[in-house]
Design a protein around this ligand. Structure first.
Ligand SMILES: Nc1ncnc2c1ncn2[C@@H]1O[C@H](COP(=O)(O)OP(=O)(O)OP(=O)(O)O)[C@@H](O)[C@H]1O
Ligand SMILES: [Mg+2]
Length: 777
C-alpha cells in the first residue's frame, strides 16, 4: 500500500458472512448478531454513519476475533435502517472506499477497528485504458451468455470513467467465489485489479462455456432418452407388424404346401405360386389380398387331375339304366353305345347328346341315371335364363366380386374332372347385350376345343375333354343353331297312356311310397285307378303331374294310417275320387255335340302335344277379320291365308258371294291367355270358317292338323307323334293330317295306332268333306 496517502480512521466493524460489499455498491444487509447490532447503533450515532464492512474468513464463525476477519474491507455509509421483528435490523449500506484494518480493538459491546483508507489513483495510462476496454468487452460478452444480468447494467457499466470503480462495479455484478471477490477487494492497485478481473472474467466465461456444453450434453442425453423411448415404441409397432407377418408366413407356407400337394398342371402351378408371392408382398388387410386368396382357393379346389374310374361294363350299365327308367329305348341305347366306344378307345370325341322332349318325360333323371351307370359324379347346371356369357365363362378377376363361370363351379362341385355334366334346358338361354352365352357354350361342347377351356376368372386352361356332357331341351327349334350342329338329338316324346301306367307301376309309386314313408303292403293302387289318374287328373306328355297325383294319394293314405283308421289301403278306379277329389279333365270329347264354327285342331307346344279348339263366327259388318287368342305372327298369317282360301271357294261351299261385304269375321283360339304360334292350325281355321259361313256343323270327334296354302293345298307339319298322342289322350278317334306326314305315323306306338283312324289329306276339299257333318264321308 502506498503509505503516502494513508489516513487512519476509527469506526465500528460489521463482520460480513457470505457477502462482500465493494465500494460504490448499494446493498441491503440483515444484521442479527448482538455485536453487529451494537456496531450499527454505534455507527448511527456519528454524523457520517460510517461502518467498516469486512468479510469473515469462515461464514459459520459466530463470534469472530481478529484472526477470523479479512483485513481488507470496505468503509460504508448506512443509508437506511429498518428494525425487523425479532431484533433483526435491515440496513441499506453504500460502499465508500477500500480500507485495511490496522488495529483491531475488541471492546464491548462491538468491535472497533482502525482502518487505513487508500485514495484511488484515477490515472488512465494507456495500459489501464486497454484493460478497461478489455474488461468492458468481456463483461458484455459475459452478460450475453450468462443471461443473469440485465443489458441495462451493461450500459451503465460502459459509461463508467474511473478505472477502479469500473472494476469494482463489474466485480459486484459477477457471480464469483467469495474468496475471489475478496481478492479483487484486496487489489488496491487499479491496474492489478483490472487485470485480475479480466482474468477472472475469462475464467468465468470458460466455465460458463463448459457449463453450456454440459447443458447441451445433458439436453442431448435427455433427447437421447426420449429418442430411445420413441424408437422403442416404434420397435414395438414393428414387432407387432412382424407378428402379423408371422401369421402371414404361416399362411403363405400353408398355401405353398397345398400347391405342392395339389398335383396341378405345370402352368397352373407356376401361376399359383406367383399369386402366392404376390400375396406375400401385400399388406394383409387390403382387399386385393382377399381377391388373391379367393383365387387360390378356387385353383386349389378344382379337380385338375382328380378323376373317377369309369365302370365300363355295358351289361351292368344297361341294368342300371333299365332299373331307373321304363322305356326310353333310344336314349338308353345311345348311351350304351357311347360306353362301348369309350371302352374301345380312351379318346372319345363324339357329338354331345341332347335329350329333347316335353317336361316330365325323364330327361333330367335319365342323365342322372347315366352318371350312376358309369359310376361318375353328376353335376347339373340349368341354362334356363342364362343370358350372359360371363355366367358360363366367369368374370375377370378385376371385377368386384368376380367368380368363375358355371362350368368351373360345376367341376369344383363334382370334385372330379370327368363327371356327367348335365346342361339342362339349353333351349331356354337368351341373348342380350352382355354377350351370347351360346358362343361360350360352343367352346365348352366342342370336343376339338374343350381340352383347353379357359375361364375368365381362372385364366389357366382347364381340360374338359373327359367330361361327359349331356344337354336337354324341350324343343329343338329353340336351340341356338351352332350348338345344335354339335349335338346328337335324341327325341323323348311324350308317353302313351299305357307307358304312363307302366311307369307309375314300376317307378313312381315306389318312389312316392318311399318318400312318404309308407310300406309296400300298406298301399295298393290298381291299374284301373292309375288309368283314371292319367286320363282324368292329368293332361301332360310326361309323368310329372302323374307322379304328383300319386304323391297326393300317398299323403292322404299316410294320414289315414297314422290316424289309425286303417292298416292298408286299396285304391281302385271306384274310390279314387276319395283321394284326389273330382276329376279335373273330361276324358274323351266324342260325347259332345257337333257344332257350327268350332273345329278341333292339334297343336304342338313346348309341353308336348295338345288339343286346340278354333272358333269362328260371322257378324254383320264390313269384311273385317279379327283374330284373338294371343296368336303369333305366323299363326295370324295362316289365318289370313285360310280366310282368303274360303273367300275364293264361296261357290263350292255354298256361301253367299258377298259375305265379306256384309260380315265381319272373328276367329278366336282359346285358351286366350296362352300364346300360340305356328302354321299347323291352318286347315283347322279354314274348316271353322267354312263351317260358320256355310252353316254346316263340324264333327267333334275329328281333329286335324296341317298348313294351308292359298290354293287349299295341305302342307306337312311338325310334332306329329306328340299331336297324335294328345289326340289319343283326348279320346279322339279320327285325325286328318297331311299326306306328307305319313312317315311320322310310324313313330306312333302301335297301341295308339291301332285305336285311331288316320286320314291323310292333300287338299282342303278332303279336309272339309272329312270334317263337316253333311260331307261325303
Ligand atoms: N321313363 C321313366 N321311367 C321312370 N321314371 C320316369 C320316367 N320318365 C320320367 N320319370 C320320372 O318323372 C319325373 C320327372 O322327370 P324329369 O324331371 O327328369 O323330367 P324332365 O324331362 O327333365 O322335365 P323338364 O323338361 O321339365 O326338366 C322324375 O321323377 C322321373 O324319375
Ligand atoms: Mg329337367
Amino acid at each position: 500500500m502506498n503509505s503516502n496517502l494513508k489516513e487512519i480512521r476509527q469506526m465500528p466493524l460489521l463482520p460480513l458472512r457470505g457477502v462482500l460489499v465493494f465500494p460504490h455498491m448499494v446493498i441491503h444487509l440483515d444484521v442479527g448478531r448482538d455485536r453487529s447490532v451494537a456496531a450499527i447503533d454505534e455507527a448511527m450515532i456519528s454524523d457520517e454513519r460510517e461502518i467498516f464492512l469486512a468479510m469473515q474468513k469462515e461464514a459459520q464463525t459466530d463470534e469472530p476475533d481478529e484472526d477470523d476477519i479479512n483485513k481488507v474491507g470496505t468503509i460504508a455509509q448506512i443509508k437506511q435502517l429498518l428494525k425487523l421483528p425479532g431484533g433483526t435490523i435491515r440496513v441499506l449500506v453504500e460502499g465508500i472506499s477500500r480500507a485495511e484494518i490496522v488495529e483491531f480493538d475488541e471492546q464491548a459491546p462491538y468491535i472497533k477497528v482502525s482502518v487505513e483508507q487508500e485514495e484511488e489513483s484515477l490515472d488512465k495510462t494507456p495500459e489501464i485504458e486497454a484493460l478497461m476496454r478489455s474488461l468492458v468487452d468481456k463483461f458484455e460478452h459475459y452478460v450475453k451468455i450468462s443471461k443473469k444480468i440485465s443489458p441495462e447494467t451493461v450500459v451503465s457499466v460502459t459509461t463508467l470513467e474511473e478505472p477502479g470503480r469500473l472494476a469494482d462495479v463489474v466485480a459486484s455484478h459477477l457471480t464469483l467465489k467469495l474468496t475471489d471477490k475478496q481478492k479483487v477487494l484486496e487489489a488496491v492497485n487499479v491496474g492489478q485489479r483490472l487485470e485480475l478481473l479480466c482474468n477472472m472474467l475469462a475464467k468465468e466465461m470458460e466455465i460458463m462455456e463448459l457449463e453450456r456444453k454440459i447443458n447441451m450434453r445433458v439436453r442431448k442425453q435427455m433427447e437421447k432418452t426420449q429418442k430411445e423411448y420413441y424408437l422403442r415404441e416404434q420397435m414395438k409397432a414393428i414387432q407387432k407388424e412382424l407378428d402379423e407377418k408371422d401369421d402371414r408366413t404361416a399362411e403363405v407356407e400353408g398355401l405353398r404346401e397345398q400347391i405342392d400337394k395339389a398335383k396341378l398342371p405345370k402352368e397352373v402351378k407356376k401361376k399359383a405360386l406367383k399369386e402366392v408371392e404376390r400375396l406375400e408382398k401385400m399388406p394383409p388387410m387390403v382387399a386385393e389380398a382377399t381377391v388373391v386368396r379367393n383365387y387360390l382357393d378356387w385353383v386349389l379346389a378344382l379337380p385338375w387331375s382328380k378323376q373317377t374310374k369309369d365302370q365300363l361294363d355295358i351289361k351292368a350299365a344297361e341294368k342300371i339304366l333299365d332299373e331307373d327308367h321304363y322305356g326310353l329305348r333310344e336314349a338308353k341305347d345311345r348311351i350304351l353305345e357311347y360306353l362301348a366306344i369309350r371302352k374301345l378307345s380312351k379318346k372319345l370325341k363324339g357329338p354331345i347328346v341332347c335329350l329333347v322332349g316335353p317336361p316330365g318325360v325323364g330327361k333330367t333323371s335319365l342323365a342322372k341315371s347315366v352318371a350312376r351307370s358309369l359310376k361318375r359324379k353328376f353335376v347339373r347346371m340349368s341354362l334356363g335364363g342364362v343370358r350372359d356369357e360371363a355366367e358360363i365363362r366367369g368374370h375377370r378377376r378385376t371385377y368386384v366380386g368376380a367368380m368363375p363361370g358355371r362350368i368351373i363351379q360345376g367341376l369344383r362341385q363334382a370334385e372330379s374332372r370327368n363327371p356327367v355334366f348335365l346342361l339342362d334346358e339349353v333351349d331356354k338361354m337368351t341373348t342380350d347385350f352382355r354377350g351370347d352365352p351360346s358362343s361360350a357354350l360352343l367352346e365348352v361342347l366342342d370336343p376339338e376345343q374343350n381340352n383347353t377351356f379357359s375361364d375368365h376368372y381362372i385364366e389357366e386352361k382347364f381340360d374338359l375333354s373327359q367330361v361327359l356332357f349331356i344337354t336337354t331341351a324341350n324343343v329343338q327349334y329353340n336351340i341356338p343353331r351352332p350348338l345344335l350342329d354339335r349335338m346328337e338329338i335324341i327325341d323323348i316324346s311324350g308317353y302313351t297312356e299305357h307307358d304312363k301306367v307302366k311307369i307309375a307301376e314300376r317307378h313312381l309309386i315306389k318312389k312316392q311310397l318311399e318318400e312318404n314313408g309308407i310300406k309296400d303292403q300298406q298301399l295298393d293302387i290298381s291299374e284301373n285307378a292309375l288309368r283314371r289318374i292319367v286320363r282324368e287328373y292329368t293332361r301332360e306328355s310326361g309323368v310329372r303331374s302323374l307322379e304328383r297325383q300319386i304323391g297326393t294319394v300317398c299323403r292322404k293314405v299316410a294320414r289315414d294310417i297314422v290316424a289309425g283308421d286303417v292298416e292298408s289301403v286299396q285304391v281302385t278306379a271306384k274310390n279314387i275320387e276319395k283321394y284326389l277329389g273330382i276329376p279335373k279333365y273330361r276324358y274323351g270329347m266324342a260325347e259332345k255335340e257337333d257344332a257350327i264354327g268350332v273345329a278341333t285342331g292339334l297343336a304342338w307346344t313346348q309341353v308336348g302335344g295338345e288339343v286346340l279348339t278354333v272358333e269362328a263366327t260371322a257378324l254383320t259388318g264390313k269384311g273385317k277379320l279379327t283374330l284373338t287368342g294371343k296368336l303369333g305372327d305366323v299363326m295370324k298369317e295362316s289365318a289370313q291365308a285360310s280366310f282368303s282360301y274360303v273367300r275364293s271357294k264361296v261357290k263350292e261351299l255354298g256361301i253367299p258371294e258377298d259375305f265379306h261385304e256384309k260380315n265381319d269375321i272373328h276367329i278366336h283360339v282359346p285358351e286366350g291367355a296362352i300364346p300360340k304360334d305356328g302354321p299347323s292350325a291352318g286347315i283347322t281355321m279354314a274348316t271353322a270358317l267354312a263351317s260358320t259361313l256355310s252353316g254346316k256343323p263340324i264333327r267333334r270327334d275329328v281333329a286335324m292338323t296341317g298348313e294351308i296354302t292359298l290354293r287349299g293345298r295341305v302342307l306337312p307339319v311338325g310334332g306329329i307323334k306328340e299331336k297324335m298322342l294328345a289326340a289319343h289322350r283326348a279320346g279322339i278317334k279320327k285325325v286328318l293330317l297331311p299326306k306328307d306326314n305319313k312317315r311320322q305315323l310310324e313313330e306312333i306306338p302301335s297301341s295308339v295306332r291301332r285305336k285311331m283312324d288316320f286320314v291323310l289329306v292333300e287338299h282342303m276339299d278332303e279336309v272339309l268333306s272329312g270334317a263337316l257333318v253333311n260331307g261325303k264321308d
